[in-house]
Each structure stands twice: as structure tokens, then as C-alpha cells.
Design a protein around this ligand. Structure first.
Ligand code: OSB
Ligand code: MG
Length: 368
């Protein structure tokens, strides 16, 4: 199909909670939404960057520049038979995987709509509902942590993940474990430790976590491999894995025993699928991460999670947890920890236009 025009919007949605991680605190979600148009149809995707380069290097601003000045001018007016063909056009350019993913994912949505098929089917998904967990930000007290864990356990989430940082790690984890001995519990450090913190990491090792997510720096596979040898708890890598090749190296090196896939971090669904296949070839479990996405990004994550290798609960919890009003009309709500995979064409989402206008901070239209 020939891409006719594109619309980039910067949106800002208030979050229902204050989300604190080892790298910062946010009370709203500011992100780039891309609409691609062809044959009277639209395809949607959102970029997983944030305003600041705290998770990885890319930001909303760098993604906007790359999309507006390089990637979109390159593809508008051009005929692409399938996502593979589009990806080949982006392939020579280094990095910028979050910006690339935005374009690739919107193309998948558009292409699936043109074939009148749900995205999950084109990706090779096999499930009509997926198990989901929840990622809970750093709370101000242990008591508040216990209360929010209790609330989400009652809502049926199949795994609870606590954000941790140096100075706030064994305290909440040991308290939650004491109160919930059988809970599937994990922790995400977002790169905030080094091997010098070994004694604390060994104390965390005794909590019986299902896995510990990204304890060390994003660019340090070697130290993760050293740490994995000193811990029983499996290490799961998130920030470190930007490609299927990264996943292969991490698993080969023993830097991780499982992988968190985020399609928006990996450059798109094709690379996410290759990463899925690499993990499967190592017998490594997989799960789908999240970046506090609106209904557009969330739907992409859910479609991807319908593939067979996603055996552990993802971070794709109910949209209503995050936002009072979402930019999509369709609900994305889990019941007893199971999220249904949308069945409409493409990602199966339509935009709430009136609300979209209200939360738009900036808009750029490109045509060829
Ligand atoms: O590390 O998984 C992460 C949110 C923003 C940036 C990084 C991460 C997260 C989450 C939230 O853990 C997952 C979600 O609920 O979308
Ligand atoms: Mg993470």
C-alpha cells in the first residue's frame, strides 16, 4: 500500500496515580501519537519515549525530529507491500528504535485494517486472552505498599511487580513477602544498582521473587552475567535488550534467564517477533512490558502478547488503572487477571476525536 499522509501529535494525559521509579516520578503521560493514512484508512501507534532520557536515550523530542525530518519523508508517497518492506527502508539507520517502532507499528495497524484482519492474526498469535500483572510504583511507606498490593491482588492480577531503588528495596519486598507468602512477586530496579551493592542484592535474592528486572546498567551485560552467577533469582532484562541480537547475546552470556519484550523499545513488531523466537530457542520465558501506554500502545502490546512464547503475565493492565479517560473508544479491561485480545481489524481501536483534541499539545501534518 502507498502511504498518503501522516499526522504527529504530542498528547498529555493526566495519570490517576503518581508513578515513582528509581529514575523519577511522573503524574502525567506525555507522548507522541502517529496516524498513518492510505486508501481511506488510518493506522495508529504511539511512541514509548518520555520527555527526558531517563529510561533510555531517546526522548519525545528526538523521536519527533526523527519521524518528522527523516522517517516519514522517506516513506510518504512510497508503496510498501508489507511491514518487511517498510522495515527494509528504515534498516540502514542506526538506533532510534522507539521512533522507528512508532512508524512500523502504525503501518502494521494500517496494513491489517486494509486486509480486514486483527493484528494478532497477522503476527501469528494463538491466544484470545492473555494473563496480566501490574507494575506498582515506589510508595512512601511500607504500609502504603502493603495496601496497594492487597488492592491489586484482590483485582485478580496474576503477578505483582514492585519498583525498587537503593534505600527502598528489601524493606517493602520482605514486608510484602511476609504478608503474601504465595504471591507471584517481582521487582524492577530500572538499572539503579552496581555490583558494589552485592550484599543488598543477595538480601533481595532471599525474598523468593519470580525474577529481578534490570538490576544493573542498561549497557552492562557482563556484570549482569556475573551477578546472575551469584543469585538464585532469575534476572530479567528490560532496558538492556534493544534487538533480537541483544537478546541472543544476553541469554548466551547468562546475563539473564528471561526477557521483557516491549515492541516500542525494540523497533517494532518484526523485531519483537524475532526476539520472541530467540527467547523460545533458548527455552527462556518471555513477558510483555509496558510504558504506561494509552489505549493505542496498550492494544499493540496485547496483540503481540497473544504469541505462544509470552508465558508470564505482562505489564498490560487495565487502561482504567492509568487514565480517567483514554484516547480510544474501546475498553481494554482485565477480568481476574485476563485481558481479552481485541478482535476488530488492525489493533481494533478507534480514536475518541473530541477527547484527542482536548489533550493535544502539538500537531504536525505531513503529506507527499
Ligand atoms: O521499566 O518496565 C519499566 C514504566 C515506564 C518506564 C519503564 C517501565 C515502566 C513500568 C510500567 O514498569 C509498566 C506499565 O504499567 O505500563
Ligand atoms: Mg522494567
Amino acid at each position: 500500500m502507498k502511504l498518503e499522509s501522516a499526522e504527529l501529535r504530542v498528547l498529555e494525559l493526566p495519570l490517576k496515580f503518581r508513578f515513582q521509579t528509581s529514575f523519577g516520578t511522573q503524574t502525567s503521560k506525555r507522548f507522541v501519537l502517529l496516524t498513518l493514512r492510505a486508501q481511506g484508512l488510518e493506522g495508529y501507534a504511539e511512541c514509548v519515549t518520555d520527555p527526558l532520557p531517563l529510561y533510555r536515550e531517546e526522548t519525545n523530542s528526538t523521536a519527533l525530529v526523527m519521524l518528522e525530518e527523516l522517517f516519514l519523508p522517506l516513506v510518504l508517497g512510497v508503496e510498501f507491500a508489507n511491514p518487511e518492506a517498510l522495515n527494509a527502508a528504515l534498516e540502514p539507520f542506526k538506533g532510534n528504535t522507539m521512533a522507528k517502532a512508532t512508524l512500523e507499528m502504525a503501518f502494521w495497524d494500517l496494513w491489517a485494517r486494509s486486509l480486514n484482519l486483527p493484528l494478532w492474526q497477522l503476527l501469528g498469535g494463538v491466544k484470545s486472552e492473555i494473563p496480566v500483572g501490574v507494575s506498582l510504583g515506589i510508595q512512601s511507606t511500607v504500609q502504603a505498599t502493603l495496601e496497594t498490593v492487597q488492592k491489586h491482588v484482590q483485582q485478580g492480577y496474576k503477578r505483582i511487580k514492585l519498583k525498587i531503588k537503593p534505600g527502598w528495596d528489601w524493606q517493602p519486598l520482605e514486608a510484602v513477602r511476609a504478608e503474601f507468602p504465595d504471591l507471584t512477586l517481582t521487582a524492577d530496579a530500572n538499572s539503579s544498582y552496581t555490583l558494589a551493592d552485592l550484599r543488598i542484592l543477595q538480601r533481595i535474592d532471599a525474598v523468593n521473587l519470580d525474577y529481578l528486572e534490570q538490576p544493573l546498567a542498561f549497557d552492562d551485560l557482563v556484570d549482569h552475567a556475573k551477578l546472575q552467577k551469584m543469585m538464585h533469582t532469575p534476572i530479567c532484562l528490560d532496558e538492556s535488550i534493544m534487538s533480537a541480537k541483544d537478546a541472543r547475546k544476553a541469554l548466551e552470556l547468562g546475563a539473564a534467564r528471561l526477557i521483557n519484550i516491549k515492541v516500542g523499545r525494540l523497533g517494532g513488531h518484526l523485531e519483537a517477533r524475532r526476539t520472541h523466537d530467540v527467547a523460545q530457542s533458548f527455552g527462556a520465558p518471555l513477558w510483555c512490558g509496558g510504558m504506561l501506554e494509552s489505549g493505542v500502545g496498550r492494544a499493540h502490546n496485547i496483540h503481540l502478547s497473544s504469541m505462544a512464547g509470552f508465558t508470564k503475565p505482562g505489564d498490560t493492565s487495565s487502561s482504567s488503572r492509568y487514565f480517567e479517560t483514554d484516547i480510544v473508544n474501546e475498553a481494554l479491561e482485565a477480568t481476574d487477571g485476563m485481558m481479552p485480545v481485541p478482535q476488530g481489524a488492525g489493533i481494533g481501536m478507534s480514536l475518541n476525536r473530541e477527547f484527542l483534541e482536548r489533550v493535544t499539545v502539538k500537531k504536525v501534518v505531513l503529506a507527499r
